[in-house]
Design a protein around this ligand. Structure first.
Ligand code: SF4
Length: 277
């Protein structure tokens, strides 16, 4: 089965139908933070350095930990994580740069729990990433203008993700690899997938069979999501969100990593693992 196969489209349809009936409206795509950012970009709104810092902080928070730990703090009308926005003073650059990584790490621990990476991420944010975003803004007029240069060369945004992730690049964001940078860009309204562990597994050879890999490589996962999105006439980020919600704790909680609920799964007829017993 290939990812262009209608089977995968049927699977995503079934997932959407299931989630629409199971989850409160506020958790669905139309109300999500990501959808609101994509709408803003489509309406040519300017993304400020504060927007970029927020997008980066949210992606860092999602790394290596379950997202449901922040769900209680999400504002239903904006999709923003209110206690985190308050902690960072709505991403006021001067305020953050005058603080310490220890302070932000300890406060994140109190709000939603930290991970082993949080301290290093906060250090990276203060010592490198925010000063770099500020430098880019000064040099290009806006961060978006700089990124546009790379997006014009490669509209899939892999080139830009490479630049943000590569240690040799002027744009290297510390503590941010390809997957987190894709998520950061998605958080500032670029319509791409966030190829996290759920997405890479559900698209893989053991579940939907869109790749020969059990865990699909990051860029291949992005291509597969884009292909599904084109077939369905939806945003890449929406396909990504549907697949992610189906797996994530605090959302669909069906194809979870540790305890998949195959008996009530609405895509079990398409699932390789299930078919093979
Ligand atoms: S049948 Fe089980 S493993 Fe397959 S998609 Fe459904 S929950 Fe996941």
């Amino acid at each position: 089965m290939s990812y262009s196969d209608q089977t995968v489209v049927h699977a995503v349809d079934a997932i959407e139908h299931y989630l629409n009936n199971k989850l409160p409206e506020t958790k669905l795509w139309e109300h999500s933070f990501v959808k609101k950012q994509i709408d803003r970009r489509e309406h040519q709104e300017t993304f400020t350095i504060e927007d970029h810092i927020r997008g980066m902080v949210y992606s860092m928070l999602s790394s290596g930990a379950k997202w449901d730990r922040v769900v209680d703090g999400i504002d239903d009308s904006t999709g923003k994580i209110t206690p985190i926005d308050e902690l960072f003073h709505n991403y006021d650059m001067e305020y953050i740069l005058s603080g310490s990584s220890d302070f932000f790490t300890e406060r994140i621990k109190e709000i939603c729990g930290a991970t082993q990476s949080t301290r290093k991420q906060m250090e990276a944010l203060i010592k490198n990433n925010i000063p770099l975003l500020s430098k880019i803004e000064k040099q290009y007029g806006s961060i978006d203008s700089c990124y546009k240069k790379y997006i014009d060369e490669d509209s899939t945004m892999k080139r830009l993700i490479e630049e943000l992730s590569s240690p040799e690049s002027f744009l290297k964001m510390n503590q941010m690899g390809e997957a987190l940078n894709a998520e950061y860009l998605r958080n500032v309204g670029y319509d791409i997938a966030k190829p996290d562990r759920h997405i890479r597994r559900i698209l893989g050879s053991k579940v939907l069979g869109c790749s020969v890999w059990e865990t699909v490589p990051i860029y291949e996962a992005m291509d597969i999501v884009q292909s599904i999105a084109e077939s369905m006439g939806k945003h890449c980020a929406e396909i990504d969100y549907l697949l992610w919600m189906y797996c994530a704790n605090g959302y669909g909680e069906i194809c979870t990593i540790r305890n998949p609920k195959c008996d009530i799964c609405v895509i079990r007829e398409f699932c390789i693992q299930k078919k093979e017993g």
